[in-house]
Design a protein around this ligand. Structure first.
Ligand SMILES: NC(=O)c1ccc[n+]([C@@H]2O[C@H](COP(=O)([O-])OP(=O)(O)OC[C@H]3O[C@@H](n4cnc5c(N)ncnc54)[C@H](OP(=O)(O)O)[C@@H]3O)[C@@H](O)[C@H]2O)c1
Length: 313
C-alpha cells in the first residue's frame, strides 16, 4: 500500500529520512481492526519523529501520522483516536507512529475501541485535524479549568494546536489573547475573534489560562500574563524545552503549571459533538494530495503555516 514513512532519522535535517513510497499492508493484532484512510493531517509530532524524538532507529521504517479519517470495516465513516494503550511505554500509552504504524497510509490497523463515528455534517478535511491538534487544545482548556476563567492567552497563535485553542476558547465565550511572531498571522488570528499581539507584548489584563506550546521563547511571558491562581498549561516546546521560571511568582500568585498530552477518547467524542453542534470551522492552512506529501512536510517545517495541513488520500 502507499505510505509516508520515516526511513532514517536526522535531527538537523528531518526531511532527509522522509519517504513517500510503499509499505506492506497492516497486520491486525487481536481486537484491532483496519480502517481505509481517506484523509489525514500533519502535526509537528511528525517532524519530531523524523528528528528521532520518541522514535528510536530500531523501530524504522515507521509510517508517520497521528490523524486519520476513514472507512471502518462495517462501512461507517470514522475518526481515529491515536492514543493506544501501551504497557511497554512509561506513559502507559503511545501515539500511532511511535510504536505502532501511523495514519499516513492507505490502510491503518487500530484497536477497535479507538474509533469515533463521525456526524455527516463534519467534512473529511475538517475531521482530519481533530484527533491530535484539536484534541490537545480541547484537553488543555479543560485541564486549565477554562470554565472558571474569563480570559485566555494562546502563545504561537499560527500553529495547529494554537489556532484550535483560539477558536475553541472563543466559541466558549472567553476573551482570547494570542501572540504570533508574524504580522500577517496576527491579522488572521484577529479575524478569529482574538486580540492579536506580538510575542512578549503587555496584555490589557492578566488571564486565568495560558495555552503554551511554544516553550522557551514564550514561557517567561506566559508566567507574567497569568492572573493570581492562573493555570499555565503546557503541551509542547517547539522553540526549546529549557525555560527559566521565577519561583517567587509561582508561590506569590499561587500559579499552577500543568502538563498536558493529547486527550481521552471521551474528550474526542465531546470535541466532535461540539464541532458538529456549533458548526465550528477548523482553520486549514492547505491541502495536499498524498503523492505530494513531501511538499506538505516542507511547508510544515518552514513554520509559516496558519492552522492545519491536510493530506487527501
Ligand atoms: N503533548 C501533546 O499531546 C501535543 C499534541 C500536539 C502538539 N504538541 C506539541 O505542541 C507544539 C505545537 O504543535 P503544532 O502541531 O501545533 O505545531 P505547528 O502547527 O508546527 O505550530 C508551531 C507554532 O509555534 C510557533 N513557534 C515556533 N517556533 C517559535 C519560536 N521560536 N518562537 C515563537 N513561536 C514559535 C509558531 O507560531 P507563530 O508563527 O504564530 O509565532 C508556529 O506556528 C509542538 O512542539 C508539538 O510537538 C504536543
Amino acid at each position: 500500500m502507499r505510505a509516508i514513512f520515516a526511513e532514517s532519522i536526522n535531527p538537523e535535517n528531518p526531511l532527509a529520512g522522509l519517504v513517500v513510497g510503499e509499505r506492506p499492508d497492516p497486520v491486525e493484532p487481536e481486537g484491532w481492526t483496519t480502517v481505509r484512510v481517506t484523509s489525514s493531517s500533519l502535526n509537528h509530532h511528525d517532524l519530531w519523529s523524523l528528528r528521532g524524538v520518541g522514535l528510536p532507529t530500531d523501530r524504522l521504517p515507521m509510517i508517520l501520522g497521528c490523524d486519520a479519517v476513514g472507512i471502518a470495516e462495517d462501512g461507517s465513516r470514522v475518526l481515529v483516536h491515536s492514543v493506544v494503550p501501551d504497557p511497554a511505554d512509561p506513559r502507559g500509552y503511545s501515539l500511532l507512529s511511535e510504536r505502532h504504524q501511523g495514519t499516513l497510509a492507505d490502510r491503518l490497523a487500530i484497536p477497535a475501541g479507538n474509533l469515533v463515528v463521525l456526524p455527516e455534517s463534519i467534512s473529511d478535511a475538517d475531521a482530519a485535524v481533530l484527533p491530535t491538534a484539536w484534541l490537545t487544545a480541547y484537553s488543555m482548556l479543560a485541564r486549565g479549568r477554562v470554565k472558571h476563567s474569563d480570559a485566555v492567552l494562546v502563545q504561537g497563535a499560527g500553529g495547529g494546536v494554537a489556532t484550535a485553542a483560539v477558536i475553541l476558547a472563543h466559541a466558549l465565550g472567553k476573551r482570547v489573547y494570542a501572540t504570533s511572531r508574524d504580522e500577517a498571522k496576527r491579522e488572521r488570528i484577529a479575524a478569529l475573534g482574538a486580540t492579536a499581539l506580538a510575542p512578549g507584548a503587555k496584555l490589557p489584563e492578566r488571564v486565568g489560562v495560558v495555552i503554551e506550546t511554544v516553550g522557551a521563547a514564550t514561557f517567561e511571558h506566559s508566567m507574567k500574563c497569568a492572573a493570581p491562581g492562573g493555570r499555565i498549561v503546557v503541551s509542547g516546546a517547539t522553540s526549546g524545552h529549557l525555560a527559566s521560571v521565577d519561583l517567587r511568582r509561582i508561590f506569590a500568585l499561587q500559579l499552577e503549571i500543568l502538563g498536558s498530552s493529547m486527550g481521552t477518547q471521551l474528550e474526542l467524542d465531546e470535541l466532535v459533538q461540539l464541532v458538529a453542534d456549533r458548526g465550528v470551522q477548523p482553520v486549514i492552512d492547505s491541502t495536499f494530495d498524498f503523492a505530494d506529501a513531501r511538499s506538505a512536510f516542507e511547508r510544515l517545517a518552514t513554520g509559516d503555516i496558519f492552522g492545519k495541513i491536510v493530506i487527501r488520500h
